[in-house]
Design a protein around this ligand. Structure first.
Ligand code: ZN
Length: 324
């Protein structure tokens, strides 16, 4: 058993208040605004039934207070103590419990261990020449934004255009291309994956032939550590079109095909099963009276996945099914 050791400083240096808010899905529609005390977030208070966004949070320090219920605290640990209603005897003990929870949620390992850290997506797939630092980096998020983008991709590769029949506009809209550089995506067509905020969090690599991928490898390569169950592929683009409902499919290329036919409200599970987080994202996106069209593959896994998704979604939204 690993020792239940936790360093407040370490957790704090890796997880921001925004990460914690995102964990609770409280970041939606929340913008950072300058105020006389520094950058401020204003949101619907999660501690009382709020009629206006009454909770003010200092975006950098995490200090928060609510004008409605007067909940307050100084940082992410106080926030989680309040949110989880932790009462562990005294404030320090409660904060320690909160820190352990946060550590768990964001998969934080102490920096001091000599063993390599669990590979972050970026470290594993980044060929050195491609590394490009970005301004924002909420470290410790479930799928942290990548610190690089692949450059020099062959965006007119025959696998995309001839084999899959994608048009240039589709390839460009999704940022697809063949990667000949070094790394685990070498020799694959890469597909950028974004989180719901539209931040690039991973590249999937598709072997550009069917079959013929290297032995021991898979048709698709995903970076180690990437949690696909936390992401709905293409949600950040499809969301704008979700007034017509959402079309939910299994794979990347089905998304591209729908998109190319003008159906832009399409997202992919990246598999045949809908995770709890994906379910939440779907319901939240279409809203209480929204519509969902399940268009999973017409094979055993797809039919099973579709049935399960329909059962779970149908009490929350209008669901139709169609087999591809
Ligand atoms: Zn409040």
């Amino acid at each position: 058993m690993a020792q239940k050791w936790v360093s407040f400083e370490e957790v704090k240096s890796r997880v921001s208040m925004k990460d914690v808010l995102a964990h609770y899905s409280l970041m939606q529609g929340t913008a950072e605004k300058p105020s006389k005390h520094g950058p401020e977030l204003r949101l619907w208070c999660p501690f009382h039934e709020d009629k206006t966004p009454s909770l003010s949070i200092h975006a950098e320090t995490g200090k928060f207070h609510c004008f409605g219920c007067h909940a307050k605290g100084g940082d992410i640990f106080d926030f989680v103590v309040a949110k989880e209603e932790i009462a562990a005897g005294d404030r320090t003990k409660s904060r320690r419990q909160a820190a352990l929870l946060i550590k768990d949620w964001f998969g934080i390992e102490p920096n001091t261990t000599p063993t390599p850290q669990p590979p972050a997506a970026a470290e594993t797939v980044a060929p050195v020449e491609d590394v490009k630092p970005t301004a924002e980096e909420p470290a410790g998020a479930v799928n942290p934004p990548l610190k690089f983008t692949f450059k020099h991709l062959d965006t007119r590769h025959p696998y995309l255009m001839q084999d899959r029949g994608l048009k240039e506009a589709t390839i460009d809209a999704f940022g697809l291309g063949y990667h000949s550089g070094k790394g685990i995506m070498q020799g694959r067509v890469v597909i950028p994956i974004h989180n719901e905020q539209g931040e690039l969090v991973a590249y999937a690599g598709r072997w550009p032939a069917d079959p013929g991928w290297p032995e021991g490898d898979d048709k698709y390569q995903l970076p180690p550590g990437f949690k696909k169950s936390k992401v709905l592929f293409n949600l950040h683009r499809a969301r704008e079109h979700a007034t017509e409902g959402l079309i939910v499919v299994e794979g990347f290329f089905t998304v591209f095909e729908f998109w190319q036919r003008g159906r832009k409200n399409v997202v992919a599970l990246m598999g045949s099963t809908m995770s709890a987080e994906q379910e939440r994202l779907i319901v939240e996106t279409v809203g209480p009276k929204g519509r969902v069209l399940l268009a999973l593959d017409n094979d055993e896994a797809g039919r099973k996945g579709s049935e399960d998704a329909r059962n779970r979604l149908s009490s929350q939204v209008f669901v139709r099914e169609m087999a591809l």
